[in-house]
Design a protein around this ligand. Structure first.
Ligand SMILES: [Zn+2]
Length: 477
């Protein structure tokens, strides 16, 4: 007597989110298939001491059981725990999109350096109180970063490759250099699973929009801005040109805090375009961030990542990230010497939310001057210095000193590296019947986005199984 196997490709897939479920950071999703286990991203938790403490906790799974890691891109909240994963026993390969290696190296080395500096500071403090034994070593150093890079292999877009138990394909996400969404076709024939990673806007300043979704039975989708749309690109560009133009006319210093990955390059490209076309006067532009300078170099080395106009200029050897009077400062001394520089000057520096980095020194030296313009182009979290300034503080404390704010503060929204609600919704229309689980967003945002997607499906006469993903709860995609 023969035993009949159940046909139809029994679905053995199991998916568990260990981060970015009901929150924005800590992306880490384990996909178990019959042929093996893949981790999609292995990111750090960010946003204050309590969040960061989670990075030091052991993984809620055995790193040695992970056969491969797939990186959707190398923002710290997607790549930051990879060195710890390797140190904890992971022995597989790290697969990443083109350009992600250079970005990951810069981001991880910077994180290692900051961790080493924090550790040294805590140790100095602890020595004075006699509690050196309580200071934890940094989670990883350059050695672990080297180990990650030794395992990392870039795979071209649109070319299927093997993952344990599946064939997979990277598609362009248009988010930052080296970003992808991922299509996974399990070997059991149960149908395509898609992981959005972080998706860029359909119309952004640097990258083409995300490749269209072309069918899936399940999508794990980001929802960072699932409850709102950004201002469109043309309006954002016009506002940026207007604000910078008026700031330059005031003759003082223009300070632009910027995230090193993506935003700094966007600002440079905008300034270069506006100054070269004569729409803005040629005022010297300084990039005062060694990390952003390294990342800009990586951007220059990957022309294929960009919109045709930018790509063509890069291939012709004409740097679209360099305004006519441009310099990048390397040393801290070169940064300090900017304080004494006379005349109008545009300074781009990190950190993006003004919580540290060289921008804070520029704020100390120039916020008290009425002809200084602070131009904020990025998200400012509650509690950050940037948020305090945007909210109109007239006096702040910096390095134990009271600083009066006579500078004017301008915000230009719209230069987001994330798709807004309309773009995310239109992208998901490429798999109208797929089950959707939402990650990478605040709980309120993801709930609102889920309700919107349900309404959107209903309006088209369909239904949609969509809800936020729950951390640590395995699901059968
Ligand atoms: Zn990202």
């Amino acid at each position: 007597m023969s035993v009949r196997r159940t046909s139809g490709g029994a679905n053995a897939a199991e998916l568990t989110s260990f981060g970015a479920a009901g929150e924005v950071t800590g992306s880490c999703h384990r996909l178990r298939l019959e042929g093996g286990t893949t981790l999609i991203d292995c990111g750090a938790f960010q946003g204050g001491a309590a969040q960061e403490a989670r990075n030091a906790a052991p993984f809620p799974f055995d790193p040695a059981e992970i056969d491969a890691v797939l990186l959707t891109h190398a923002h710290l909240d997607h790549v930051g725990r990879l060195p710890t994963l390797v140190r904890s026993g992971f022995r597989g390969e790290v697969v990443a999109p083109p350009g992600a290696r250079a970005v990951a190296e810069t981001i991880l080395r910077d994180a290692a350096k900051l961790a080493a500096e924090d550790h040294a500071r805590e140790l100095r403090k602890a020595r004075r109180s006699g509690h050196e034994d309580r200071v934890r070593p940094p989670p990883f150093g350059d050695e672990e970063v080297d180990a990650v890079l030794a395992r990392l292999r870039e795979v071209p877009y649109d070319r299927p490759f093997d993952l344990p138990g599946a064939r997979a394909t990277l598609r362009r996400a248009g988010h930052v250099l080296g970003s992808a969404w991922l299509a996974v076709d399990p070997d059991d024939g149960s149908g395509r699973l898609v992981f959005s990673g972080d998706l860029g806007p359909f119309e952004g300043p640097l990258h083409p929009g995300p490749d269209p979704l072309d069918g899936a039975r399940f999508v794990l989708c980001e929802g960072t801005y699932g409850d709102r749309d950004h201002r469109d690109l043309a309006a954002t560009r016009a506002e940026f040109a207007d604000v910078v133009g008026r700031a330059c006319a005031a003759g003082g210093r223009v300070l632009i805090p910027a995230f090193a990955l993506g935003r700094a390059q966007t600002i440079l490209a905008e300034l270069a375009r506006l100054q070269r076309s004569g729409a803005l006067p040629v005022v010297p532009v300084v990039l005062d961030s060694p990390m952003a300078a390294r990342l800009t170099q990586a951007y220059r080395s990957h022309p294929d990542a960009f919109l045709p106009a930018l790509r063509d200029r890069l291939e012709a050897g004409d740097d679209p990230f360099a305004p006519p009077a441009f310099e990048a400062t390397a040393s801290a001394e070169a940064s300090r010497s900017l304080n004494d520089r006379e005349g109008p000057l545009i300074v781009i520096a990190g950190s993006g939310m003004m919580t540290g980095g060289r921008i804070v020194h520029h704020l100390r030296h120039h916020l008290w001057k009425a002809d200084t313009r602070l131009l904020v182009t990025g998200f400012q979290a509650y509690g950050s210095l940037g948020r305090t300034l945007v909210d109109g503080a007239r006096r702040i404390r910096l390095f134990g000193e009271s600083v009066v704010v006579r500078a004017s503060v301008h915000t230009v929204g719209g230069f987001s590296a994330h798709a807004g609600r309309s773009d995310l919704t239109a992208w998901l229309d490429g798999a109208p019947d797929a089950t959707v689980r939402l990650v990478h967003g605040e709980p309120k945002t993801l709930r609102a986005f889920a309700a919107h997607l349900k309404d959107h499906a209903r309006a088209a006469g369909r239904g949609r199984d969509v809800r936020p993903s729950v951390e640590g709860r395995p699901l059968r995609p």
